[in-house]
Design a protein around this ligand. Structure first.
Ligand SMILES: [Mg+2]
Length: 124
């Protein structure tokens, strides 16, 4: 069975790095990585299927990562979401965890903390 991942980030460069980093950690696995450049498209994708992992950027135009999490909660959609942000703040971490995120990591992420996260989610 393929591991399905959705990478949400408005930066194409970030999405490429995230995909590369995850492919590196999960090498050998059958990965199906989808991308969304904005939270509205991601919402649509997340309402259709449950991914094994969703990575979420916080700072995006139109709809932020916070609003995305709120919207998922509103619609009772459950996903394993790891927030990836360049701007690490204790309050932000608390907030996204309260909004239902599974984890919160600095972007670009280091291998070790991401591996710990993937083990916690159950895909490593
Ligand atoms: Mg961004």
């Amino acid at each position: 069975m393929a591991i399905t991942i959705l990478c949400i980030d408005d930066s194409k460069v970030s999405r490429t790095f995230i995909k590369r980093g995850l492919s590196d950690i999960l090498q050998g696995a059958d990965l199906q990585i989808e991308e969304a450049s904005n939270a509205r498209d991601a919402l649509e994708l997340c309402s259709r299927k449950r991914y094994d992992l969703v990575t979420l950027d916080l700072t995006m135009p139109d709809m932020s990562g916070y609003e995305f999490l709120e919207e998922l909660r509103e619609r009772s959609i459950t996903q394993s979401i790891v927030v990836l942000t360049a701007d690490i703040q204790p309050l932000a971490e608390q907030k996204v965890m309260e909004l239902g995120a599974t984890g919160y990591l600095e972007k670009p992420f280091d291998k070790e903390p991401m591996m710990t996260m993937l083990k916690q989610i159950g895909i490593l």
